[in-house]
Design a protein around this ligand. Structure first.
Ligand SMILES: O=C(O)CCC(=O)C(=O)O
Ligand SMILES: [Fe+2]
Length: 316
């Protein structure tokens, strides 16, 4: 447990080159990821070169242009009854834009994604950049879900609840501010409140400003998740913790306040079909710690209740 107080960095290329995990190298990358999900709930992965600087720049430039609109104009892109579109700053001062392709199927092996593009974007350029990002990140999601399924003997159970998935991309924009809007359990000034992610996994890009921290559940200490150029972060969501019978850990995280600087992060929240049922897959009935639940019911009763400030938005 918490072998060292720093988040492991893993080269993902062996797994991308061999997603069926036939080679020793792919197997050892898969194992390292599993270990990290159980120790920290967080891992930094390198060498997924499809998400490159240019792709990130085009998305963050579109978001920067959008932020030049007045708040009133930006609010035209809010979708109040569903989980996409613009969300203005609330408790922690962070704002952002959620973009969703309702995945009819889980991505095909060539990375192409069938789906319905739900989100009205501010410009065609924004829409194209978001679509492009979602296509490339969701093929990484598929590789990781496959690796998780193999490591935990899920069989096809997890893949079976992915068609119709409601994964979504969020572009988080932290405006430059002189002081923080909120603080943490230890009074640290924050830019993003302490929270768990709720889905299966989150694939997160953070820029080089820093500030992301994860809590060691054993001693409550906050550990920085340092920006590593060209990397992405993978973290465990509550649903995967449950599916793995508590072996993978969803760990609390937050973003520390940094004065007078704009910060971007881009999470892709991998979530199953809201109607999909899950339980500790691959575990004998008598050893299961959790009952079967439907994703949306479980989210509404468990997650929304405990983190109202962080989950006002639906996962439909
Ligand atoms: O901005 C970050 O680095 C983390 C954001 C985050 O945890 C989230 O949006 O769930
Ligand atoms: Fe998060």
């Amino acid at each position: 447990m918490w072998r060292e107080n720093c988040i492991p960095v893993i080269d993902i290329k062996p797994l991308v080159d061999d997603p069926e995990i036939g080679s020793e190298n792919a197997l050892s990358a898969a194992k390292e990821i599993t270990n990290a999900m159980e120790d920290f709930g967080f891992v930094t992965i390198t060498n997924y070169d499809k998400i490159n600087e240019e792709l990130i720049r085009s998305l963050t430039e579109c978001m920067t242009d959008f932020m030049k609109l007045s708040l009133e104009e930006r609010k035209n892109f809010c979708v109040h009854d569903d989980d996409h579109g613009y969300f203005p700053a609330s408790k922690d001062g962070k704002e952002g834009f959620d973009v969703r392709i309702r995945g009819i199927n889980w991505p095909k092996d060539d990375g192409s994604l069938d789906g319905i593009f739900d989100t009205r974007c501010p410009t065609d350029h924004f829409q194209a950049a978001a679509k492009n990002y979602i296509h490339l990140i969701s093929s990484l999601a598929k590789i990781l879900i496959n690796s998780i399924s193999k490591s935990y003997n899920f069989g096809s159970k997890l893949n079976d609840i992915m068609p119709g998935h409601r994964s979504f991309l969020r572009v988080n924009y932290y405006p430059p501010r002189e002081s923080a809007w909120t603080s943490g359990s230890d009074n640290a000034p924050l830019n993003c409140v302490e929270h768990f992610d709720s889905g299966i996994i989150t694939l997160l890009y953070q820029d080089d400003v820093g500030g992301l921290e994860v809590q060691n559940p054993h001693n409550d200490e906050w550990i920085p998740v340092k920006p590593v150029p060209g990397s992405l972060i993978v973290n465990t969501g509550r649903a995967f913790e449950r599916m793995s019978n508590g072996r993978a850990k969803a760990t609390k995280h937050r973003v520390r306040f940094t004065p007078n600087i704009t910060r971007f992060s881009i999470p892709y929240f991998v979530q199953p079909n809201p109607e999909g049922e899950f339980w500790p897959f691959g575990i004998k009935e008598e050893d299961r710690k959790y009952e079967p639940v439907k994703y949306l019911d479980w989210y509404n009763t468990n997650i929304r209740r405990y983190f109202p400030e962080y989950s006002q938005r639906s996962t439909k």
